[in-house]
Design a protein around this ligand. Structure first.
Ligand code: PMP
Length: 428
């Protein structure tokens, strides 16, 4: 299909589409129908953690499709059972029971439903600059895209200020975040709540919100706030799970076990696969309350087969340690670039989930939004794909790099070199 036909046949789900059509993808690269090779520092939608089209995923999917494509939801296959068993083995107690789903939005919708069934309450607390999905429930807890035109949010949806150290939302922290925003946020929630707080949901790195890692101790403090109010803590590791931040899961870095964990994107390595995982205790009480979640593809073996291949390759290729090491290298290279380009106000992130914030002036920190948009387009022209992340819904000065975990130092050098040239070209 010629790309001028896209607007004739597609709903413009991604806003503006890229100015090319993709033919194939392999490792860290995608190739367009015109033959241009583009270094993909987005891992697709932060999902192709093993690189595009890893042969082990292709083989697992092929094998699985030959055996069984689809099953009724009450029939369980060996791949589904094995993946649930493997997840329980990877996760700390008491996280032991999973439902396998397709997208991140679904995993969070189901987490909300479980929290409501378990607590008998309905109010949900999120964080500004969050992203948990764009379906009706999750959209109410997604504050990084704005809510224009979406009508009333789910009743009882609250947002507390994001712990954004570079631009403290409550103008309090000077150097390091002391998490006062969490206290202040919960005070406001307590004043507005009708006494039905069911859960808090949070990403360990507010990725779409500007690649803002939660400060040390934040998850532990959030868990305590939840316990004081008989709420559950839901941690959304759609992007951070399975090695991207240099540990298997990001919550491990804070020594906290969530009541409900959601994983997606990175679990399927590009194949639609997500999971909502909780404890036996929570699952049993929900079942007693009549909790059901019948959905068409919940028992399909193919995504689970892909997930098993992803877990095998992560272990065999030691991708968690590689992400930590290559992340440090990428970080160091970007810090060098920051020394040469005044416009790079901040470099932040964890592991291989790294962001740059562009400013017109390092003192005033005025967002360099026009430059962010121009640099991203120029990078693409020069052969590097990165994402602008929306921050508070309108921002275009935060750029995200999230390459496959097996990205090489040479590819990192190529990406940093392109970014360097793009910044120079756009400032002329
Ligand atoms: N949670 C997080 C942290 C995400 O980044 C996303 C997707 N950007 C989602 C949930 C929603 O996932 P999906 O697009 O697969 O529904």
């Amino acid at each position: 299909m010629a790309h001028d036909e896209r607007e004739k046949y597609l709903i413009r789900y991604a806003g503006d589409f890229a100015p090319f059509v993709v033919e194939s993808a392999e490792g860290s690269w995608v190739t367009t129908t015109e033959g241009q090779r583009i270094l993909d520092f987005t891992s697709g939608q932060i999902s192709s953690t093993l690189g595009h089209n890893h042969p082990r995923i292709v083989a697992a999917v092929e094998r699985s499709l030959r055996e069984v494509i689809h099953l009724n939801s009450w029939m369980v296959s060996e791949d589904v059972l094995e993946l649930a068993r493997r997840l329980a083995g990877l996760l700390p107690e008491p996280l032991a029971r999973s439902i396998l789903l397709n997208t991140g939005s679904e995993t969070n919708e189901i987490a909300f439903r479980l929290a409501k069934a378990y607590t008998g309450k309905f109010e949900m607390v999120g964080v500004t600059r969050s992203f948990h999905g764009l379906l009706a429930g999750t959209n109410s807890l997604t504050y990084s895209m704005g809510h224009k035109g979406n009508g009333p949010l789910m009743p009882g949806s609250f947002a507390i200020p994001a712990p954004y150290e570079y631009r403290c939302p409550i103008r309090h922290c000077v150097n390091a975040c002391d998490k006062l925003c969490l206290d202040v946020g919960f005070e406001t929630v307590d004043q507005s709540s009708v006494g039905s707080l069911a859960a808090m949901v949070v990403e360990p790195v507010l990725s779409t919100g500007g690649i803002i890692p939660l400060p040390d101790g934040y998850l532990a403090a959030a868990k305590q706030k939840c316990e004081e109010r008989d709420m559950l803590l839901i941690v959304d590791e759609a992007q951070t799970g399975f090695g991207r931040v240099g540990s298997m899961f990001a919550f491990e870095q804070d020594g906290v076990v969530p009541d409900i964990l959601t994983v997606s994107k990175t679990l399927g390595g590009g194949v639609p696969l997500g999971a909502t995982v909780t404890s036996a205790e929570i699952e049993e009480r929900c079942a007693d309350q009549g909790f059901l979640h019948i959905t068409t593809h919940v028992s399909d073996p193919m995504p689970a087969a892909a997930g098993l291949a992803v877990l095998d390759v992560i272990a065999e290729e030691e991708l968690v340690a590689r992400a930590a090491a290559t992340g440090e290298y990428l970080f160091a290279r970007l810090r060098e670039l920051q020394e040469r380009h005044e416009e790079i106000g901040d470099v932040r992130g964890r592991g291989l989930l790294v962001g740059l914030e562009l400013v017109t002036d390092r003192e005033t920190k005025e967002p360099a939004s026009a430059l962010g948009a121009a640099v991203t387009s120029e990078c693409l022209r020069l052969g590097l794909s990165m994402n602008i992340v929306k921050g508070d819904g309108s921002q275009t000065n935060c750029l995200r790099m999230a390459p496959p975990l097996a990205v090489t130092h040479e590819e990192v050098d190529t990406a940093v070199d392109i970014l360097d040239r793009a910044l120079t070209n756009c400032k002329k």
